[in-house]
Design a binder for this molecule. Structure first.
Ligand code: P6P
Length: 330
């Protein structure tokens, strides 16, 4: 029996579609595809330790050269198939796909939106039972409706996102998203198969006392990053780094804090991808009152040059990001 006053994700989307700047119903159907896919991926991730065909890797590697865990590929297929079935979407870009996928059927070409996603981020944590996540960004296409989706539809600045969100498959599974009118979190009740509004109007504390960074790379960080980390230690902030972006981001969103994936000796632009990791989380954090940048430029204003482009990523509580950006200005 549903507690009184609790709203389901489906009801919430319909109740709020009037605030979505395009035809009512379009976003509802698009988000419901993501909601469905999240439930399907949930059903596999929460038994990854049990179901042999899910464990281990296929031996294939994606464009990042990272070993693809079977669950990576599975999640990618589930989300792509769910989105292909919706007339609102004309194409998808994914961390698991070398290039974008254009839905070139007559129905697909009529789609007005493109979706960019990391279908299962942090998948190397699957085998050790650490929370993992899906991250997605939604844009209006810029190419002509009725034509096949083009690269320009996917290489839009983050400020053009019409919606962004993530799913965290953890001790509970949550879907957190924004359409530009605040951030709302929904917790999945597997007994009922429904996401319930559990975190309305999420706001990240302006100041936090948690910093999240892989300090193994400390010696190759920019001077400003090392200076900021040293300052966190002087202030005896808590170091919390799960090694799963969605899990680290979600905790900092709730408690306040800063997540850093700066440039390193191994990767001069950091490790995280602009289009389907940094931009969606940047939109969410800004809608929740926080900030995201590469130290010098607001993440959402970085002009994409390539689908899998990496950027240094600093995201979290406003005052913490401000302080680090000030070090870059000095
Ligand atoms: P490192 C996972 O592979 C991921 O993309 C993020 O989820 C995570 O925050 C980061 O990489 C961890 O990278 O280099 O610290 O192991």
């Amino acid at each position: 029996m549903r507690p009184p006053g609790i709203t389901t994700l489906g009801e919430f989307i319909v109740q709020n579609q009037h605030s979505f700047p395009y035809a009512t119903g379009e976003l509802s159907r698009l988000l419901s595809a993501i909601r469905l896919a999240a439930k399907v991926v949930y059903s596999q991730t929460n038994k990854a330790g049990l179901v042999d065909q899910v464990m281990g890797s296929m031996g294939a590697t994606n464009i990042q050269g990272e070993e693809q865990k079977k669950l990576d590929v599975y999640a990618n297929d589930v989300f792509i198939n769910a989105l292909r079935a919706r007339l609102e979407v004309c194409g998808v870009a994914s961390e698991e796909e070398d290039s974008f996928i254009a839905f070139d059927s007559e129905m697909g070409k009529q789609g007005k939106y493109v979706v960019l996603m990391d279908p299962l981020d942090g998948s190397s944590n699957i085998d050790v039972n650490v929370s993992i996540g899906t991250i997605f960004a939604i844009y209006r296409r810029v190419s002509r409706v009725g034509s096949v989706a083009r690269m320009e539809d996917f290489l839009q600045a983050g400020t053009a996102q019409v919606a962004a969100g993530y799913v965290i498959y953890g001790s509970s599974t949550m879907l957190v998203y924004t359409t530009g009118n605040g951030v709302n979190g929904f917790t999945f009740d597997p007994a009922v198969g429904v996401f319930y509004l559990s975190h309305p109007s999420m706001q990240i504390p302006a100041q936090g006392h948690i910093y999240s960074v892989n300090e193994g790379n400390y010696n190759s960080f920019d001077r400003q990053i090392r200076q900021y980390i040293d300052q966190c230690k002087e202030r005896t902030y808590s170091a919390r780094y799960i090694g799963s972006l969605v899990a680290d981001f979600h905790r900092n969103l709730l408690k306040g804090g800063i997540y850093l994936y700066p440039a390193t000796a191994k990767s001069s632009n950091g490790k995280l991808r602009l289009l389907y990791e940094c931009n969606p989380l940047a939109m969410i954090v800004e809608q929740a009152g926080g900030k995201a940048s590469n130290g010098l430029t607001r993440t959402l204003e970085i002009k994409p040059a390539a689908l899998h482009q990496r950027v240094p990523f600093i995201v979290g509580s406003q005052h913490m990001v401000d302080e680090l950006e000030q070090m870059y200005k000095e």
